[in-house]
Design a protein around this ligand. Sequence first.
Ligand code: DAH
Length: 341
Amino acid sequence: MIEQVLDEVSTVTDAAVAEIVACDELATLDAVVSRHRSKKSGLGAIKSRLGSLDQVEDRKRAGAAVNEAYTRIEQAVEERRAVLADAAINATIDAEAMDLTEHRRPSTRGHLHLVTQAWERLEDVFVGLGFTVAEGPEVETDWHNFEALNMSEGHPARGEFDTLFVDHVPPGGTPGATLLRTHTSPVQIRTMLTSEPPIYVIAPGRVFRRDTPDATHMPVFHQIEGLVIDRGISMADLAGTIEAFTKEFFGAGFTSRLRPSYFPFTEPSAEFDIRRPDGSWLELGGCGMVHPEVLRAGGIDPEEWSGFAFGFGIDRMAVMRHQVADIRDMYSNDIRFIEQF
Ligand code: DAH
């Protein structure tokens, strides 16, 4: 009889513990607990029947077993309650968490202007050919911009340069002789006056002309000048340099040619064209052997030294490279245009 009661206690207890462990919410656990504590529960029923055991010993054993069973159940409840409470806290934390790695539109980084890109690439290529970079002022004297370049007052070539004058007379200077440089060629003069040959320089920079903007002209644009002064420099060195530059800058499929032309500051003078892989020719700039008068103005003896010079537009390079239809677009600062390059 007692054995049967003890069996019943352990069966009822096992079932209660299994039920407790299976609870996955605090609320269900509470309900299960109060059911097991009630007098009508399995253990409650057993307890109320203990009096019917004949032997005192048996009643004691059975009573102890029931108490132990209650303890086991309470323990199981406490353990389960702790687990469920932890889970509840974690769920709250998860629900309230803020994702600080929240995805945003990647911030856009700007890039260099098309003209700056062309300017820097030109510098890279010429520096690779052994040139250094020279600079001169954007506000120039008439002497540096024209006179020293073999264009005295009244020289017809001055008419080609629609000059913007600056209302400024330097100490000891003549009124009307200060201007915005119309080309980068005055940097040739400044370089010759401040350095000893041999000279191998390029001078990229901003230049100004009194032009109305249209698809191919801007009153402010950019040129790059080249100047080489050394012993025994010939037209062949000029042609070779232009060719090396063409291949390096445009690609192996491009070649160049010189076409006779006229500039006051070079003699002989030429225009240089590049030949695209499709066979078409494109005029790029002017060049020639530095005129003896220009060497003299730069303080260099034409009997001892000779040299060549060249100059061309940087903006045109950018326009060509990116097939920009209207040069004004490059200066409109319209982000929809600028962003494309
Ligand atoms: N300065 C000329 C211009 O703006 C370009 C030029 C032609 C530069 C011949 C040179 C040169 O150095 O040799 O039209």
